[in-house]
Design a protein around this ligand. Structure first.
Ligand code: 5AD
Ligand code: SF4
Length: 475
């Protein structure tokens, strides 16, 4: 394998630091005059990789003298970090940006920036340039580290800065990060994807696979553990192909084993895995680990071999279920979750039923289910589509089957005590406290906000379809 990945040079990072200082000087003048820092609002759509990118954007904004707000109407800078995985996510970004136009009408100094997967697509970039004149900055997924430069240029020249260029083969280190949580953290292990599943836009908008140097990952994880982080998730669109682009004899299982030696009281998670790279070695490392969570998110996408072939997934159901069986053999307590797409072009009733029986056989704890959404430029978008009514009907049937399985699997926890990382008050009901198990299951219990970020033992009283309910066990 060739090693094309470039770490962004120190000179380049220094250059960006210079731009940050320039913007900061302007913002300090603002603060002296108005008595407060200009607020920045960051909106994140999509996956954990985007959440992680947004933490970097917010980190840079803070370093440039902005103060993070959760109220867009107060903001002097709004960053919309977009997603392109399904049409719904794109529509949402465009409709939100449409709303921000009204804020800008009242406060013309407001700068609106758009970045992330959606804006890298040529047709989207063109339409934003043309039809959203109030969007000031546009930049691509591999240019996050150049955000200060673009912002500086906007301030200097007053013109729009539209650079939605194709993803490049770069990895940027040493950028400021403003982490949302003090106890759960994202750590990128690699970026991009080489798989080109026929339905998926990710390889086009995030570029080819590129791994971070293991020393950088070890340094970041060690630092987080030392700061008291309790749950660290290694991220990558296809995290278990880590290292392949570097040509080194060191793979994701080796990385995980090395990270597991860092001492502390924490969980190590990773996502997302492609079944073709889910090796026995990786599962053995997980089973033997001290901190590695017994949670495997392993997208199956479909239970039909012909659909899997058309999806370019490079495995059949037999291979897939072999991995699931091996995970359960080595870790009987493992939580296994999956992604399923219904209504892929050409999916017949028989194919769909194969997916239903695959669910019954695999008995996932939980699935993320999606109705196939054609993505411009991907091979599947050119195939013959199936009607929306059929897609929706299959989606409902899929949920019904999985809900039954999830309920049964959650009932098995009744009477057991589980270790739960507390997330404090539930967003929907501040009366109850919630947390997550090692396998990511949501648990509700009585307690107080002060428990947030702590590991607790919870005695499970009731298992329901989407959550567990229990009480704190004092021991
Ligand atoms: N339509 C529907 N779902 C999709 N996914 C990816 N692309 C599409 C698409 N075009 C789903 C896959 C993937 C998850 C992150 O999103 O299931 O695993
Ligand atoms: Fe998309 Fe497939 Fe890559 Fe996942 S592995 S990001 S589904 S192309």
């Amino acid at each position: 394998m060739s090693t094309k990945t470039q770490t962004v040079s120190l000179e380049e990072i220094e250059k960006q630091n210079g731009y940050m200082a320039a913007v900061r000087a302007g913002n300090m003048a603002f603060e002296r005059e108005l008595g407060f820092k200009p607020p920045v609002f960051v909106l994140t759509l999509g996956c954990q990789q985007n959440e992680s990118d947004s933490e970097k954007l917010a980190g840079m904004a803070e370093k440039m003298g902005y103060a993070v707000t959760d109220k867009p109407e107060d903001a002097y800078l709004i960053i919309v970090n977009t997603c392109a995985i399904r049409e719904h996510a794109e529509k949402r970004a465009l409709s939100l940006v449409g709303q921000y136009k009204h804020i800008k009408a009242k406060r013309p100094e407001l700068i609106i920036a758009m970045c992330g997967c959606m804006v890298v697509q040529e047709h989207r970039a063109e339409s934003i340039k043309r039809s959203y004149p109030y969007v000031d900055l546009l930049f691509g997924t591999s240019d996050i580290h150049r955000f200060p430069e673009f912002l500086c240029e906007k301030f200097k020249r007053g013109r729009r800065v539209l650079r939605p260029c194709e993803p490049e083969q770069v990895v940027a280190e040493d950028m400021p990060v403003r982490r949302e949580s003090t106890y759960r953290a994202w750590v990128s292990a690699m970026y991009g994807c080489n798989n080109f599943c026929s339905y998926c836009i990710v390889p086009y908008v995030r570029g080819r696979e590129r791994s971070r140097k293991k020393e950088e990952i070890v340094r970041e994880v060690s630092g987080l553990v030392a700061q008291g982080y309790r749950d660290i998730t290694l991220l990558g669109q296809n995290v278990n192909s880590y290292g392949k682009d570097m040509g080194a004899d060191y793979d994701f299982a080796d990385l995980l084993a090395e990270l597991d030696t860092i001492e502390g009281d924490h969980w190590l998670h990773f996502m997302t895995s492609h079944p073709k790279d889910a090796t026995r070695k990786l599962i053995d490392v997980m089973a033997a680990g001290t901190h590695i969570a017994h949670h495997f998110h392993l997208p199956m996408q479909s239970g039909s071999d012909s659909v899997l072939k058309a999806m370019n997934r490079r495995y059949g159901f037999d291979k897939y279920i072999g991995i699931v069986d091996y995970i359960r053999e080595k870790m009987p307590d493992a939580t296994i979750t999956s992604d399923i797409i219904v209504g892929f072009p050409g999916e017949t009733e028989e194919d769909f039923e194969a997916t239903l029986s695959a669910l019954r056989r695999a008995r996932f704890d939980m699935i993320f289910s999606f109705i196939y959404s054609p993505r411009k430029g991907t091979p599947a978008a050119e195939m013959e589509q199936i009607p929306d009514t059929v897609k929706s009907e299959r989606f409902e049937r899929l949920l019904a089957v999985q809900n039954e399985i999830s309920l049964a699997s959650n009932k098995l926890f009744e009477g057991k005590t589980l270790r739960v990382l507390c997330d404090g008050e539930s967003k929907n009901n501040p009366e109850v406290i919630n947390g997550r198990t090692e396998g990511g299951k949501i648990v509700f219990f009585d307690g107080d906000e002060g428990l947030k970020g702590q590991f607790l033992n919870i005695e499970i009283e009731r298992g329901d379809t989407f959550a567990l309910y229990g009480k704190i066990k004092n021991n």
